[in-house]
Design a protein around this ligand. Structure first.
Ligand SMILES: [Zn+2]
Length: 320
């Protein structure tokens, strides 16, 4: 399309998605993830996710994905939101390292992190026992939800079936040594990885930085315990599931503060008898001003956490 900008081409692509009579091939050619890896250590690159919710514009590319070069091949931490993303990631990892991808670690079962895994050999995809079981249980529902939100980006995406079990301990790939530590709280299993040769710490979505944490499957008390554990792991750089890579523990502290704030505000509103709509309208404290999608995630957290409070605190009428 000479003279057509990328933005216009994308707009045409989305218009085409709404008109099924148009040929699908043209749409497939338009939707393309642009992956921009940033070097964070020698032979290690992070592809930053956008600080946004999942939309039909970003195709779900909102989570951080990391590529390690090793003498045996490329190692990935998480695989992105769709088969199409996984294919682009595989090509980028091979281009950067000159080697095939030999290991893909999945941190937790949320779609923005795992659905790209279908682009890789099942035997190279490593996940904790609980994560793999959760994918079997709810993978279908999660994938369907992604199709509804991200649309055509998802074409060809299926539920990953990890062929390797990520258990607690050290796994060596070439000169890299990955310490695996299954934690929980953001989901039923959150795999934390620490790579010894670089001092990089990967807490998955147990840590969000400058982007509000998501809580659809959270157990807040367990999450707090995991944050404490993470705080005790000495590291050079922390690579959060979402947000900038940094030295220090700002992400751990900020995620804890966010959880405290949201939980306290929801508890307080509940005690004051506010309903869900009223509670969503309560403003967040000013310290959250610099946190991306804070209002949006707070509203979602109200929906996730209120029903649990109602069950726990309201009188059980059946006993009367
Ligand atoms: Zn995520």
């Amino acid at each position: 399309m000479p003279g057509t900008s990328r933005r216009e081409a994308l707009a045409l692509g989305f218009a085409a998605a709404a008109m099924p009579m148009l040929a699908g091939g043209a749409r497939a050619a338009v939707l393309k993830y642009t992956l921009n890896p940033v070097a964070i250590a020698p032979g290690v690159w992070t592809i930053y996710g956008l600080p946004e919710p999942i939309t039909s514009k970003n195709g779900g590319a909102i989570a951080n994905i990391t590529i390690f070069d090793t003498s045996e091949g490329a190692v990935l931490i998480d695989a992105g939101p769709s088969h199409r993303y996984g294919e682009a990631l595989k090509a980028k990892a091979t281009e950067l390292t000159g080697k095939p991808v030999v290991r893909v670690y999945l941190t937790h079962y949320h779609t923005d992190h795992v659905l790209g895994a279908t682009a890789f050999e099942s035997g190279t995809v490593s996940a904790g026992k609980t994560l793999t079981a959760d994918l079997k249980k709810v993978g279908n529902d999660l994938t369907n939800a992604m199709y509804r939100v991200a649309g055509d980006w998802m074409r060809g995406t299926d539920i990953p079936t990890p062929g390797r079990e990520a258990a607690e301990g050290v796994e060596t790939v070439g000169e890299r040594r990955f310490r695996l530590l299954p934690l929980a709280g953001h989901t039923s299993e959150d795999l934390c990885l620490y790579e010894e040769s670089t001092g990089l710490l990967f807490p998955g979505d147990l840590v969000f930085l400058d982007r509000a944490a998501t809580t659809p499957d959270a157990r807040i008390d367990t999450w707090r315990t995991s944050l404490k554990t993470l705080g005790g792991i000495d590291h050079k750089l922390l690579v959060p599931g979402h947000g900038p890579v940094e030295a220090g523990t700002r992400g751990i502290a900020q995620t804890g503060r966010w959880l405290d704030t949201v939980e306290a505000q929801i508890n307080d509103g509940f005690e004051r008898g506010l309903d869900i709509t009223e509670l969503m309208a309560v403003p967040l404290p000013s310290w959250t001003d610099g946190i991306a999608v804070a209002k949006y995630e707070y509203a979602r957290s109200v929906m996730h956490l209120m029903p649990g409070l109602e069950v726990a605190r309201l009188p059980r009428l059946t006993r009367v």
